[in-house]
Design a protein around this ligand. Structure first.
Ligand code: FAD
Length: 530
């Protein structure tokens, strides 16, 4: 069993099948009836026999160079490591040994896997599919090289390529996609019982009772010059922790989700994204658990759980798009018309955005949340993405990369989808002329500035109105504007970087009205395609 973005045992089809096949093989070898292997529920074609002595081994590849190429955030790598440790310990209890092997990149996985197969006399490799381009190419290469790799598609609750419009094509708009998705889910008899392989996989029959797995077995051999890994301890690792998080949310928060989900000062969302991104919990488990609390959620849009299930379906939508349009994995605009946008790409402004120094408290607090915790609230992801691409006219790919490099829940499909939605270059995107007003977003979603002040305490003595609308401070001459640029006029504050209030907080990097009109003008090349 080759674990990748499916770091769990429960509801892991590939692992279940590996164990079921090995168990059947083991039974054939020892001439014991199949009924002895009664700890699991996975179905098995007993005509298929393998010769690996009934043992399952597990493997996980650490690929530091690939992670750098893919901009995987150091905090996410730390979270991967902690989850691999939990997985190894669970596997040990099943008598399955997990080998954690460090190679540089996907290219090196080929040889390492082939050597491993020879060394351990492996008949069959089981794994879950990953939808991203490089991952798909790696698997194709291995299969072409003769590796018996059996793939199970489980990163979505409904497989990509099935939710299609009347022309048999992938939807390009979310709402009809989600309607079709729900219809299919009903016809596929989505019930908690039918959805899940709830039992743990069968244990290795010939393994010693407890195969030990410790921190020492879980070393990620990263080079000395590798970025330091910030601790992910705020997210307890392991599928048990993910399940506890899910059930706590379903018990206490889901009914208020639609009212609370947009307010970053509240804990109104599930906090499951880091687990979903690594497959520590599956979308199917999330849906099955929701159905057990709200059985009608798939056909009753008034269910208290509807909004939340819709977010899970957004996740599915972006993944189905990634599979249908592989160019999305390669950093291309979904809307080819967007290739004509001339981005300003000012490096200093980008840096100010990254570091939370734009002079817009809502934007800066959000970026500081990301830099400090590795996570950012969804409402704020939309606000800062809109600000970068529309107020500053910086290519969405710069923001996408920065997010990826810092997010504990970094996920190519959701991140790309979110960025292209915000920039107006994506599928079913925010129209180019709709430019979030940071002041209004701030007033609406953090009215008492509780969230903002938790990250920007230096402005706690500002009047509330100015926290939401920092230009009010500017009008009162409260900023010490040090820039002597002739362009420092009411139309653009872009040269006012060095303007500071009490040496602490910068003046707004650009005037909202000016930036809005500039964005609409510059992005109007997107108009023709809509
Ligand atoms: P909840 O609100 O509890 O939602 C439950 C789950 O649904 C999430 O865990 C997530 O898996 C999924 N989900 C929720 N909203 C979305 C969405 N808009 N698109 C796709 N899936 C969604 N999500 C990531 O998981 N990884 C990313 O790299 C990522 N980058 C984003 C970038 C931008 C610019 C934007 C606007 C959104 C991005 N999102 C990303 C989506 C969303 O912000 C996060 O999934 C959410 O904030 C995670 O918090 P939660 O688990 O508490 O979410």
């Amino acid at each position: 069993m080759w674990f990748r973005q499916d770091l769990r045992l429960t509801d892991n089809l590939a692992m279940h099948q590996a164990c079921a096949d090995a168990c059947a093989d083991s039974d054939a070898l020892s001439d014991v009836e199949n009924s002895k292997c009664n700890q699991g529920s996975a179905s098995h074609d007993s005509t298929q026999k393998f010769t690996n002595n009934g043992l399952v081994r597990a493997i996980f590849f650490v690929t530091p160079r690939q992670w750098l190429l893919h901009d995987v955030a150091p905090i996410q790598i730390d979270f991967i490591q902690k989850n691999v440790l939990c997985l190894g310990q669970q596997l040990a209890r099943l008598g399955v040994e997990l080998d954690v092997i460090t190679v540089a990149s996907f290219d090196d996985v080929d040889n390492a896997l082939i050597n491993y197969i020879q060394q351990h006399d492996i008949d069959q490799v089981y794994a879950s599919t990953e939808p991203e381009w490089n991952e798909v190419q790696r698997d194709k290469r291995l299969i072409n090289a003769g590796v018996a790799l059996t793939l199970f598609e489980q990163h979505c609750a409904i497989k990509p390529g099935i939710v299609l419009n009347q022309n048999g094509e992938m939807y390009k708009v979310f709402t009809p996609f989600s309607k079709r998705w729900k219809l299919l889910a009903q016809s596929l008899a989505f019930t908690p019982q039918a959805l899940l392989l709830t039992d743990l996989p069968r244990r290795n029959q010939h393994a010693s009772l407890h195969t030990h797995f410790s921190q020492a077995n879980c070393q990620f051999n990263l080079s000395d010059d590798y970025p330091e890994l910030p601790s992910s301890e705020q997210w307890p690792a392991g599928e048990q922790a993910a399940s506890v998080t899910l059930h706590a949310f379903l018990n206490h928060n889901i009914a208020q989700y639609s009212q609370q989900r947009d307010f970053p000062a509240l804990t109104g969302t599930s906090g499951l994204s880091a687990y979903l991104a690594l497959g520590v919990i599956s979308p199917t488990q999330c849906i099955a658990a929701t159905l057990s609390y709200f059985p009608d959620v798939l056909h009753n849009d008034a269910s208290p759980a509807t909004s939340w299930i819709n977010e899970i379906i957004w996740r599915e939508f972006y993944r189905h798009l990634l599979v249908a349009f592989p160019r999305l994995s390669r950093g291309q605009n979904f809307n080819v018309q967007a290739d004509n946008v001339v981005w300003r790409n000012d490096r200093d402004e980008f840096l100010a955005w990254c570091e939370g120094r734009t002079g817009y408290p809502i934007v800066d607090a959000a970026m500081r949340q990301l830099n400090k915790t590795g996570w950012m609230h969804n409402r704020l992801r939309m606000v800062v993405a809109s600000f970068l691409t529309k107020h500053l006219l910086i290519d969405w790919r710069w923001g996408e990369k920065y997010f990826r490099q810092h997010l504990i829940d970094g996920d190519l499909a959701a991140n790309n989808g979110g960025w292209q939605w915000s920039a107006g270059t994506g599928c079913d995107a925010q129209p180019y002329f709709r430019v979030f007003n940071p002041s209004l977003q701030s007033q609406r979603f953090d009215a008492k500035a509780g969230f903002i002040l938790s990250y920007i305490p230096e402005i706690s003595d500002w009047p509330l109105k100015s926290i939401h609308q920092p230009s009010a401070m500017l009008n009162q001459g409260m900023f010490a504007l040090t820039s002597n640029s002739p362009h420092c006029a009411t139309t653009s504050l872009a040269d006012n970087h060095q303007g500071v209030l009490s040496d602490h907080y910068p003046a707004p990097i650009v005037d909202h009205q000016y930036a809005r009109l500039r964005a609409i003008d510059r992005l109007s090349v997107l108009k023709r395609s809509r």
